[in-house]
Design a protein around this ligand. Structure first.
Ligand code: GLA
Length: 715
């Protein structure tokens, strides 16, 4: 039993953590604790009584009838609203029929059950074979009849708790929802640091720490996408927390649209974290009898540092968020033609690339942008998902068959959420794009976005994408999304677009269970937990340059598993003339995730071909460990001139040890490895090492500037 309820106190226990809150004065839900696990029965309500005393006359009383005088501003709320004197960022904000925004929710009931409910129309972690237990706590605003059901699922073995909130309008009037955060947690103290994965196109998810103190820090996206700029993930940590020691509290939002995550440190010495849909351009009319479901937040705590917290996310995202037959399957090594040919190719050119790919042992060829409509550049044809007659005169099936005959699988690029102004689809349905009447239709990369909040638009896209997938043996889809949402007709359209996109994705991944889907958004502009529910991997970034990639993959690993990161050696980044330097490093970096190439392998010399063949052979030997092993970060490129990490699975460990500059140094370095068996011996490059020695004394890395991969096998 991971959920225990006694004397109105709710105690949620995972393998190593406890999360505790209570009902105060029979009405209010008050947060008491999140941290290291309490093994014994504890009653923390004394703490509420002693801690939450009235301190300052300028703040209103929370409960004047109680023997204790609480002030709302001085309480740690499990659910906070506008009104009553709590002036911090609220979990919930709405406008009622009389124009007021004041809410008063009171505890009504709770229930506990095995398993975990599906979230209506939204991606979420799931229970399999009884790994989760769920607590629902119902609060009610008696005046308006609005109910808020706080849903907590405890994945005890995964060491993770998920939260979301459902609103049911049981009153008589419609209510305008203004802000519906998925969860908020009030921590004691303000001496925290906060991690934000920030970036831009070709430089996504850089690790950035800032001190919370008494400020408000908002990490958000307003673009309709989770975005390149900030990721829907944060960590709150004690000042001294590092990779392998200290408290780290993670929050990951399972949502791919505009989001907001806020940390607010207050003068009373608390820090509130709230996470959910961005209220900035959100509102929702909730009619009588209707419900609204917030996205889910996945919360992971570790008192042994950031790396353990990350490994909790990796495991739950890999095993209880990703779905389908590819979830646990090694991902194919592929060659994508984008950096080789762009949109300028013929059937024979792709066949040439495939021949060269087959020769060195790749498993799949992916045809990227440019195979449909009249798409010879990015000015045209999105939405016209039928084959480009000049480039592929014999149709897709002819090309796919030729590729399959070489023993390779075939994959195809789509950008289903988009529409080009120059397309047959737009000419037929100019109103199908997201637009605001009377305003300019801003184009991004010369394209508009389909209004997937409309059922007929979703149905059309499901049909045309299905027709293509049924027309040939297509075993992989790269699902791209290359612009943001600009002019919306109203403030619910962005969230409705997201729900429509999820609906289309759900329909297609369900209809084509044998197709491996990979998401992409101008590289890693929508690398989030929401997408992983539909597509178990993501194109990590359009940047394939080795050193930037080290940073990107390292930063991404704070929240997301290696099996979700696609990483290719790209022609753009290495050029052939630098084959022995950057190419080798690029390959070693790409082998640290789901490995592939983006170049015309048919142009390589024999020596170069042999070299690529060597990478493919090496990767096959380590693939299972890299994609599904336990990840240990060793040296941060954000803090040192190095980027090192390792994966461990069963009897193998794979170490990646890179330098982030080509500057010569005389310094050798000794890397202390992690996650090995201290009682076992390991063979690496024909030498034998003790596991304990490798972890306590370390492994010597040469002083050159190349990237390195070392494989350790137990003997
Ligand atoms: C985006 C993707 C690239 C490629 C192009 C094609 O930028 O991130 O990998 O697919 O689109 O237009």
């Amino acid at each position: 039993m991971s959920i225990e309820i006694k004397n109105n106190q709710f105690h949620l226990r995972t393998k190593t953590s406890s999360y505790i809150f209570c009902v105060l004065s029979d009405r209010y839900l008050v947060h008491l604790y999140w941290g290291e696990k309490f093994e014994n029965d504890v009653d923390l309500k004394y703490n509420a009584d002693e801690y939450y005393r009235w301190r300052c006359g300028t703040y209103p009383f929370y409960d004047e009838n109680s023997t204790n005088l609480y002030t709302t501003y001085d309480l740690r709320h499990e659910f906070s609203v506008v009104g009553g004197g709590d002036f911090r960022i609220p979990t919930f904000d709405a406008k009622y029929k009389n124009g007021s925004t004041v809410s008063e929710f009171e505890f009504e009931s709770y229930k506990v059950y095995d398993g975990k409910p599906k979230l209506c129309s939204l991606p979420a972690t799931y229970d399999e074979g009884g790994d989760a237990e769920t607590l629902e706590v119902v609060l009610c605003d008696k005046l308006t009849g609005l109910k808020a059901t706080l849903v907590y699922s405890v994945f005890e073995e995964y060491d993770v708790i998920t939260r979301s909130i459902r609103y049911d309008n049981c009153g008589n009037d419609s209510i305008l929802l203004k802000s519906c955060q998925s969860a908020s947690v009030d921590f004691i103290g303000t001496d925290y640091k906060l991690l934000n994965l920030q970036g831009e196109w070709c430089n996504e998810r850089s690790v950035e720490w800032q001190k919370v103190g008494h400020s408000i820090i908002n990490i958000d996206s307003k673009t309709g996408m989770s975005s390149h700029a900030r990721n829907p993930f944060l960590v709150l940590a004690d000042e001294n927390t590092d990779e392998y020691s200290g408290n780290a509290y993670g929050m990951a939002l399972v949502y791919s649209g505009s989001f907001s995550m806020t940390a607010e440190g207050t003068s009373f010495g608390y820090t509130r974290i709230a996470a959910g849909i961005n209220p900035y351009d959100f509102e929702w009319d909730l009619d009588k009898g209707e419900s609204f479901q917030t996205p889910e937040v996945v919360m992971a705590f570790s008192n042994t540092g950031l790396n353990d917290m990350s490994r909790r996310y990796h495991k739950i995202f890999r095993e209880r968020l990703c779905r389908g037959k590819f979830r646990d399957m090694p991902r194919p090594m592929l060659v994508n033609n984008w950096e080789a040919t762009g949109a300028d190719f013929t059937e024979d050119k792709i066949v040439d690339i495939a021949k060269a790919a087959a020769k060195v042992g790749f498993e799949m060829v992916v045809l990227d942008d440019g195979w449909f409509g009249k798409r010879d550049n990015d000015l045209t044809s999105l939405g016209d998902w039928y084959v480009h007659k000049t480039k592929l005169p014999k149709g897709l099936a002819s090309l796919v068959n030729r590729v399959n005959e070489m023993g390779l699988k075939f994959g195809l690029w789509f950008e289903p959420e988009m529409i080009s102004a120059d397309s047959d689809l737009y000419r037929a349905h100019p109103d199908w794009c997201i637009h605001c009447d009377g305003r300019r239709r801003t184009e991004g990369r010369h394209q508009l976005m389909l209004d997937l909040s409309r059922d007929e638009v979703c149905d059309y896209i499901i049909k045309v994408v299905s027709d293509i997938l049924e027309s040939a043996n297509i075993e992989y889809v790269k699902w791209d999304c290359n612009r943001n949402i600009t002019e919306t007709q109203n403030n619910s359209q962005k969230h409705k677009f997201m729900l429509g996109t999820y609906k289309v994705m759900e329909a297609l991944v369900t209809k084509f269970p044998d197709v491996l889907f990979e998401s992409c958004a101008s590289g890693g502009g929508r690398f989030d937990a929401g997408m992983l529910y539909y597509m178990p991997q993501t194109w990590t970034s359009d940047c394939t340059e080795a050193v930037t990639r080290m940073h990107i993959q390292y930063g991404t690993s704070f929240a997301y598993p290696v099996s979700s990161m696609a990483a290719h050696v790209g022609k753009m980044a290495v050029g052939f003339d630098k084959f022995n330097g950057p190419m080798d490093t690029s390959a070693k970096v790409a082998m640290g995730a789901n490995f592939g190439f983006e170049m015309d392998l048919s142009e390589l010399s024999e020596t170069e071909t042999e070299q690529v063949k060597g990478y493919v052979e090496q990767y096959k030997l380590v693939r299972e460990t890299v994609q599904f092993g336990e990840l240990y970060r060793l040296e941060s490129p954000f803090e040192t001139p190095y980027a090192s990490w390792m994966m461990v699975k069963d009897n193998q460990a794979v170490l990646f040890a890179h330098k982030t500059s080509t500057r010569n140094t005389v310094e050798k370095r000794q890397l202390k490895l992690k996650g090995l068996d201290k009682n076992k011996q390991y063979r690496c490059n024909d030498k034998i090492y003790d596991g304990e020695t490798l972890m306590k004394l370390g492994f010597v890395i040469p002083q050159d500037s190349k990237g390195h991969m070392y494989v350790f096998e137990t003997i």
